[in-house]
Design a binder for this molecule. Structure first.
Ligand code: GRG
Length: 305
């Protein structure tokens, strides 16, 4: 692609943010209005879901949806924000004292610092079924077939579950203080970080009624940018300040296996670039032409936080 054709990804992300935030606000208000959700849980959920972040997963979902011919609407942002609800819960739990024990996230106190450990644990757990309901209802409201709507919710739960994010986190926690090899590290991060990112693309494609080939291509793209994203995350943890990151770098302190520890900075950067190339090749072979997806793949490794 020539420089003239490349999309200004910063402008794209800036445009996408308001409708994502609006959808998240709708989702949180609906949770606050539920008679079965205690006020203190709703407050912790609001803290975890609405305090900033790049909103990359919902933006990827909407971008996949539009790349497959779907039209932007409040409804697709409602669907996409189910991914961010799972991501928010994962950060709320990841920051707990029994996991990474972090006090700062996105430049603000973590949810358990603001709302307490017990409430945050319950609020995070409550977000899992709430996200599944959000995905199912949003897909139905988008007039997806019933089978497709259920598939969308099921893909989200599979990505979040033991075969995906939870399983990856479990391996990561067990691995503190151990040195993983490249295959183990890739397998861990395909689940911990990659599964939800890949599901963001796949869910967008499925909801838009994409063909099997296009769906598979977007899933492959999602898997590749998922690994690239984690490598970039390790590089940022090793090189950026807490002020820039909005959180305290913690990999070294927690004695985690990382791409930087395993390969060094230069080789880690080369591997991230190779995953971006793999992502772009997956789009090309599925004949998905999207300047936005091209630019987002590059953003994943070039981002500053
Ligand atoms: C009970 C074992 C067990 C697990 C619970 C806590 C948990 C589930 C999973 C943790 C998953 C996790 C924290 C993965 C890290 C993903 C990652 C690199 C997050 C940073 O994402 P960004 O940069 O963050 O998109 P923003 O702030 O922009 O949203």
């Amino acid at each position: 692609m020539s420089a003239e054709e490349a999309l200004d990804v910063t402008a794209y992300l800036r445009e996408e943010l308001p409708p994502v935030e609006a959808a998240l606000e709708r989702a949180v208000i609906a949770i606050e209005e539920r008679p079965d959700v205690a006020e203190e849980l709703a407050q912790a959920i609001r803290h975890g879901v609405t305090t900033g972040g790049k909103r990359l997963r919902p933006i990827l979902c909407v971008t996949a949806y539009t790349a497959c011919g779907g039209l932007r609407s409040d409804g697709v942002y409602d669907l996409a924000c189910a991914l961010e609800m799972i991501h928010a819960y994962s950060l709320m739990h990841d920051d707990l004292p029994c996991m990474d024990d972090a006090e700062l996230r996105r430049g603000r106190p973590t949810t358990h610092i603001a709302h307490g450990e017990a409430v945050t644990t319950r609020a995070g757990a409550a977000l899992i079924p709430l996200a599944a309901i959000q995905a199912l209802r949003a897909a139905r409201a988008l007039r997806c077939e019933e089978e497709t709507s259920r598939l969308v919710a099921s893909l989200l739960m599979q990505a979040a579950g033991a075969g995906g994010m939870v399983g990856g986190q479990w391996v990561d926690l067990l691995g503190e203080g151990q040195a993983f090899g490249p295959d183990e590290l890739n397998a861990l991060h395909r689940r911990k970080t990659g599964a939800l990112l890949a599901a963001s693309l796949e869910i967008g494609a499925v909801a838009a009624g994409a063909t099997e080939d296009v769906r598979a291509g977007l899933l492959e793209y999602g898997r590749a940018i998922g690994l690239a994203f984690q490598i970039a995350d390790d590089i940022l943890d090793a090189t950026a300040s807490a002020e820039v990151l909005g959180k305290n770098p913690s990999d070294e302190e927690l004695d985690k296996s990382t791409y930087v520890a395993l390969f060094g900075l230069d080789e880690a950067r080369r591997r991230a670039e190779a995953e971006v190339a793999r992502a772009l090749a997956a789009l090309e072979s599925a004949r998905v032409s999207s300047l936005e997806l091209d630019a987002l793949a590059r953003f994943v490794v070039e981002r500053g936080s």
